[in-house]
Design a protein. Sequence first.
Length: 487
Amino acid sequence: MKLFVNGYLASRKNTLIAVLLLTVGIFAASSIYSASHAEAKTYPVHSTPQSFSDLAETASSAVVNIRTVKTIKGGGRVFRHFKKGPFGEDDPMKDFFDRFFGDERPRDFKQRSLGSGFIIDQEGYIVTNNHVVENADKIEVILNDEKQFDAKIVGRDPNTDLALIKIKAKRSLPALRFGDSEQLKVGQWVLAIGSPFGLEHTVTAGIVSAKGRVIGSGPYDDFIQTDASINPGNSGGPLLNMDGEVIGINTAIIAGGQGIGFAIPVNLAKGIIDQLKNKGEVTRGWLGVGIQDISKEVAAYYGIEGEKGVLVIEVFPGDPADLAGIKPKDFILSVNGQKMGTSRELTGLIADIGVGETAKIKVWRDGKIETFKVKIAKREDEKIASKEQRKERHDELGIRVADLTPELARRYKLKDDQGVIVVDVAADSRAEDAGIRARDIIKEVNHKNIATVSDLNKAIKDVKDGEAIEMFIWRINRGFLVIKIIK
């Protein structure tokens, strides 16, 4: 599934984005009867609005069109191509191209992009998406009455793709009010306003298709899915309920999808916008663990079927969890009395805890429940990214591996849990060329047993350059294989 943020002409991947078409179905309901028909129950159904005109007219005055200019250094490959004649060295116009372009250095060029946003107060603060204004040299805001203003960035939060900008209008500005996205119901009518493909103040209507969508865009995914038409240029525009309240910020689409758009819930955005407005940045809590949801197999293996929680798979040395005594293979059951069901819940809850505050974390370990007091630190995204890069770095052969845990051995129906599992294979690497695949389990290297990642690293290190590395591998649905790689 390919996902695209919708800043017009500012997509991060050079991929054609198809226009999403919206079809609104009209339906009605009357009464639903119990199976026994003894008692009729009538469920309230909000009828289809006869018109969205009043809502669209009122809200549009606070929705803005955002135009940005970004400088692309060096012009890129496309611009270098145009400095060559169409027939290469045999081009009869070669002297002409050499004369005018031959000694010229690659020029910078300006990339122009379009997006949307909405005013949140009379002072001129405007909410939009981070990807709309990121790295912009110039930001221009166009109001509904076509008045134009230069804007400055107040703060950005790449993790949630939110940004706050500001204009000086010297007059009172119309503003939208925030609603409560927690009260949204699937099937509820919503309205989207923005500038798709530069078509200012386009209004589209639809329903809430789903809530709590995780689309892989970041650690705080919790999107509202809607079938109100959202296209490139809608980014940063509001998603409104029938009371004219902002309940989401339109952000992403699925390439080639129809009637599938995503908006950031306003309840997630409120605190971030406040921090950006007051401090210019977002501060989040940091626990210092790598986590994953508990699968049924893992729960059964450890005998914790009756408990929900999050499995700790890694503890970063020197970080809060490590200092408090939390270890890998611990199961986090609750934080400050709030039960944890998914890793996403834990990440969001820790992020909202103030830096320096102490959190009480209840953990299941070896059949016993323990409570740890953890002093929460500040999340440093650059340091985290550095840790992730070190953790996910491929070795010299182009593979990334992890220890084979008992639960993985059980899943793959292995008699023992000795070996390491291939987590990823780098493209165009020696490992890929040799035929190694993700989920292969390396049991031996040159007839040496491999029990841990350290064993594998040492075995490969002992092989001299130019010599053969023979890996005895077990592969799902194939059995044992021997794969040979020249170091």
